[in-house]
Design a binder for this molecule. Sequence first.
Ligand code: PLP
Length: 946
Amino acid sequence: MSFIDRHLGPRSADAEQMLETLGYSSLDALMDAVVPSQIRLDGELQLPAPLSEHEAQAKIAGYAAKNKVLAQMIGAGYYDAVTPAVLRRNILENPGFYTSYTPYQAEISQGRLEALLNFQNTVMELTGLEIANSSLLDEASAVAEAAVMMHRANRKVKNGFFAIDSRCLPQVISVTRGRAEMLGIPFVITDFSEGLPEGDLYGIVLAYPGNEGDIRDIEPLIKAAKERNALVTVVADLLALTLLKSPGELGADIAVGNTQRFGLPFFFGGPHAAYMAVHKGMERTMPGRLVGVSKDSAGKPAYRLALQTREQHIRREKATSNICTAQALLAIVAGAYAMYHGPEGLRAIANRLHTNAARVATALKSAGYGIAHDTFFDTVVVEAAGRADELVAKALEAGVNIRRFDENRIGISVGESHGEELLKGLVEALGGTLGEADAQYDLPAELLRTDDYMQHPIFHKYRSETEMMRYLRHLADKDLALDRTMIPLGSCTMKLNAAAEMEPISWPEFANIHPLVPENQAEGWHELIKDLSEWLVAITGYDAISLQPNSGATGEYAGLRAIRSFHEANGDHERDTVLIPLSAHGTNAASAALAGLKVAGVATAADGSIDVDDLKAKIEKYGPKVAGIMITYPSTHGVFEEQVAEVCQLVHEAGGQVYLDGANLNAQMGFAQPGKFGGDVSHLNLHKTFSIPHGGGGPGVGPLAVREHLAKFLPGDAYRADAEGKLPNDAALPISQAFFGSAGVLPISWMYIAMTGAQGLKDSSQYAVLNANYIAKKLNDKYPVLYTGPGGLVAHECILDLRQLTDQSHVTAEDVCKRLMDFGFHAPTLAFPVPGTLMVEPTESESKEELDRFIEAMETIYDEIIEVAEGKVAVEDSVLRNAPHTVDVVSADEWDRPYSRTQAAFPVPSLRANKYFTSVGRIDGAGGDRNFVCECPPMEAFDLEA
Ligand SMILES: *Cc1c(COP(=O)(O)O)cnc(C)c1O
């Protein structure tokens, strides 16, 4: 069987039946009816013929073989770490973790929420701050977020500037510069050894350690900043913080950094989880996701995403950030790594790294080199006038990559896997002899931390592999991921993440390559990236692409920046307003704000399409200020709008650019190309359409595809930045720290396209449309489909309107989501883009059997709603409002509910054979926000009493 036959859910006999239900004779006829002829692609996509699973793996193995794996001591933000095999196999390679969605539906997500809470608590403990979020996209963008957040949060110094440490990593300075420039926030790059700069300083960013590995006493600077009412961000290495005084203890307000070295491979630059921790009181201005502790209906502790979680959809351009997909899966690994090692284990690793670095420094000093700094953690900078290239070459011969700072200086960053032989070989290659460390490199006592940290039992319980394996199994068992049920989340495209696609990402030849290795060590990576880039260009009909954005929203930000830069370059400085339909994904408006653009809403017509009259009125109103429009296609309402070409044309005539949000490419592949029917720029979501798993909220890849005229505004390479953070030839500033963003997961999309080919992508689109229409048709009588296109058809998703049922019964769409959990289903997208509705996107990978199971569940729920509407049971007492039902509830000795236990737990007979119970009852969301807590609850909180 070919790969595509495995990728698609329905068998061909099923597809025929489904087409019959819809009244179409063939898939082609269905697609002809769904996709407007004006935008139809003639001809076929130009892609290589599809390969079978084993052929594709053989080909990608050839690429892997072209990468050379050396010992990586380059540092520069990425450090050699050992991934404990138990974490790799049971988290990174476990579909129970990697195929789950962002935990909006908290009751079916207690496992990953607990894992993320563990991550947050690791960060809180090590930084000495009270609140941490559950990951940001990368260290450089996290610093940029912090710089902007200090601006928002500082109520004493308004309209001031911030100062960033010139000792920050170059990529950090460059990405932060990009962010600040777009927002018009003034800043200076400062050598803090000369004290704080004069003027209205609202915040400072300090490196701890610095780019050259040097550690300075930052306490006096923090004090001085506080006296000036400036806020303080410290960019800290979490592993170094096991030894050093924490930012919290030193008086900082915010700590940020990377957690890669907590058990994650280099992945050629990403994905890795960045962290952010803040003082209590700042949590409401913090970007990113935050897990909090609340209570369930039985009063037991339960976890949920807290505070600003869905705020982009509510607050749009006023949201604290545009971050939607973050780095959840990587954060889960980092948190588990901290639990597996515990505080003593982490401290031991840190001490060993420091000692080894000191031994290297001592040996090289004796050999006659200069050592640039006496106080360092794991990184030694060696001075050898004019000899840097020679030393880099010698290290290479010893099998080690080291860092070249300039012609006179090299850097050596010692990592967790670097053993005695390797260090000895390296030092000898450089002309020294490895021995004991000189005491002069001991970390000064006044910098060392003396407080206890990570005292909670979770950091002490899981030392044996058996215990860890079982704990991870226990967490995965609490959750619903794609390995158990369809996840029909509209707009999220939760399709198959095939095992053959996933396997190569853990191969050492891909995973263990540092992003700054010489080109000839990463040839396989470059060939793979070139293929993938060309294929995505062919699929979308654009001219150029950047794989740098590490989420869809980052792609939006990069794309809007390209639009702004384009206008600036043409002298159109007044074009500062972007038109965004009110139905757009919330990140669209939030990204526009981040790119320094103003947002003007465009109304939706009664049929769900863009209201062209209102669009014309807005174009009239904003005239020469129109920078462009951002539209989602097919629209967030799940239909292909016929007038899209007209909309694009109107905006172009007004001098604006068209941003087509391509997150919904799944219904278009092989049928329409955004780059050809009117778009100037689109981002894609490889973690939706191109099979990268969602990871419980990341990693993501949001490539930015553009037409020729925008190509020169694609984000540049942070590592080419000068000391000011600027790129040569005025190239566009980077938006992520690694040039290829989340490179480590690109093999997944490469495999998907290599195995599907042009026809397979078309099949994917067709089956996605078939499945969505099948559900829409089957449920329409009970749950009217809100918007349809020609022929009463939808695209790849449909909105089920529950508002009338809610009016009649007071049963809400949320009740239905929770009740679906009793049937073992993950709910559809709730209340987006229309409140009171559910948006269902089955994807092509779901079988007819699974769709029928979902339809049966929804029909059963309908009958339950009608009972309430008819007054047979009060809504508060209903099986719907009391859902989901836990084992505890269903098996209790007392039973006083107006429905039976069977109805509660086994509403359809098939559940007797395959039943999932949520581990908690309905969670009190509002209460959790009023009473915000993000510390792991004490063990007693879970005391088992009936
Ligand atoms: C998912 C989605 C986004 C945001 O993507 P992230 O990777 O979560 O940042 C943007 N637009 C649309 C239409 C989406 O569905």
